[in-house]
Write a protein that binds this ligand. Sequence first.
Ligand code: ZN
Length: 467
Amino acid sequence: MTIFLDVAVVQIQSWLARTPHLRGRRGASRMIREATMAEAVDEMLTKFTDKARRNIAYGDIDGVIALEILRDDAVDEVERHVMRHLRKRLPAAPLRSTRWEGQDSLDAHAADEPLVTHDWPAPVPEWPASKPCDWCRSWPASREATVGAGDDRKQVQLCEDCGKRHRYAGFTTSTTATLKPGVERDLLERWHKEHNSKPTLPDKFPDLALLGKENDNTHLATVYADGNAVGKLNKELRDLRRNGIGTNFDLPQAISNATWSALLAAIEEMSAGTDEMMPVIAHLVGGDDVLVSIPAHEAWWFTRTLQITFQDALAAELADAGLADLPVPTVSAAIVFHHKFSPLPAAVDLAGELLAHAKKQHRGQRASLAWQDITHDGPYPLHHQAPGQRQAPALDALIDAWADLDSLAELGASARANLAVLARHTDPERVKAHAERLGLWDSVQRFLDGPIPLEDALGMVRWWRTK
Ligand SMILES: [Zn+2]
């Protein structure tokens, strides 16, 4: 039996979005890549070659260092060494190490629980009498930096973590050639390979909002998606392998391929042009996780396409490997609609909470989609408020209702507002009478007793893409 040690940034999405500035997020994306990529891990292990090696069966995921321990008695020492390596490069990131045991990596990670888990929270800074960091406002400022260009140029005071982000962010002209290693460069390179066009990416949220095709260019959607039941597939694959079936199938690679296929397909589905500037700001793509911001009206189609394509692509990879009988993981997602000037950390944290809620509600058994609109619903998760809890619809139910949502979206704002008032007071007769006057009863009816309540449906179509 072999021990496997994984050290990962906990809630990587929250750490990436710790500063409201995209520059801070972009720098963090590069820091995390450079701290955890294969070359960095190999270099970190140069004096430990008899004690540990990189676990190549785990896949190369930003924010995770996965090792195979070669001498059981060295595991504590290796763990401390990895901690020092990561803490130096990611000063404020909360870290977690887990140990697993098994015949090989797949076998070990198919266990329900790790052998041992250690949490290494971000250090609490000591507070001398100094001002807080201008970016994160949670650590003391310890260095000066100049940000912006031209008239926007100004001096800011940053903490250790944000100072590093600033240095790593590089130039802001975001063509593939000038972007530093990280998720956005990966995205542009993959896009170029498939489409032969070389778009750039927006540098600021207001620029991203302007790329929306609909009349409203003030709102964005931050979409966070994550796979369901990947562990279950892992387990069934392990059992098959014990009988010599599927031994060549590389699950981490297949999941990574499916995630990228899904993201590229979702971008292709957007109504906005993608040739010059792609209407996407990508925060995180790793394993089965995707975190991006896009113009608000693109969000429903984008997310639907992402969810369907992930499942189809992974099913195809399994079928190609002769493993068509295995259960195919699905993807659940959360969409948070927010104003282009509303801070990214609030949207990302809310998306994380909604996603956890959606997965719990559906027990990870099907693709589902939670959503909230910070401008209209406020920044606190609606599912925590009683009554009027909002449920996350299953993707199937949403697709089933799509044409009727299209019809609701075509109504004028005041007609929708009137319907919403009636829906809130739950008087089905009056809702029916009003819907009939609008010639919409056929479309409204399903929302009176279907899985998506009418009030929710009206909120969803506020940012619906109309043809
Ligand atoms: Zn800071």
